[in-house]
Design a protein around this ligand. Sequence first.
Ligand SMILES: [Zn+2]
Ligand SMILES: [Zn+2]
Length: 169
Amino acid sequence: MQLDVARLKRSPGASVRYELAVDLPPLAFSGEEIIFAGPLSADLLVTNTGKVLTVEGVADGKLELSCSRCLKHFIYDYKVPIDEKYSLPQEGETNEELQTFTGDYIDITSAVINSIFLALPMKAVCAEGCQGLCSVCGANLNEDSCGCAGEDIDLRLGVLKDLLKKDDK
Ligand SMILES: [Zn+2]
Ligand SMILES: [Zn+2]
């Protein structure tokens, strides 16, 4: 994801709007694979302040995540803010805190991906009311009512009592 700033970097005070759509490969995020379900779109305004290039705007698109309750894959819509600064190559002084770019392009890929990671829910769910999986038989309770919750409660309590007895010994 590169922005061509060849002209902008020589024009202090100027702004250029960039609209892009890019396909990204799957990402690894805390042990899970995150798949982009369609291109990422970004709408960005890049301004040359004389010292830095500011990149501001939003990126949005769809991800394929798996539900933390029922494990099913579902489509998650994201829309994240982008707010970055890149220092212009200066003669002499360098600003250690800012990313410097060389040449005529700014690569915003890592900034955009970081912003998406920050916005991801810790426990993604396919729907607020997702019933998850039955803890007894593993059935997806959104699709099946497996019957475990009804008559089998006494049976489960029995098993639990047996376990507690074992722990006492
Ligand atoms: Zn779910
Ligand atoms: Zn069940």
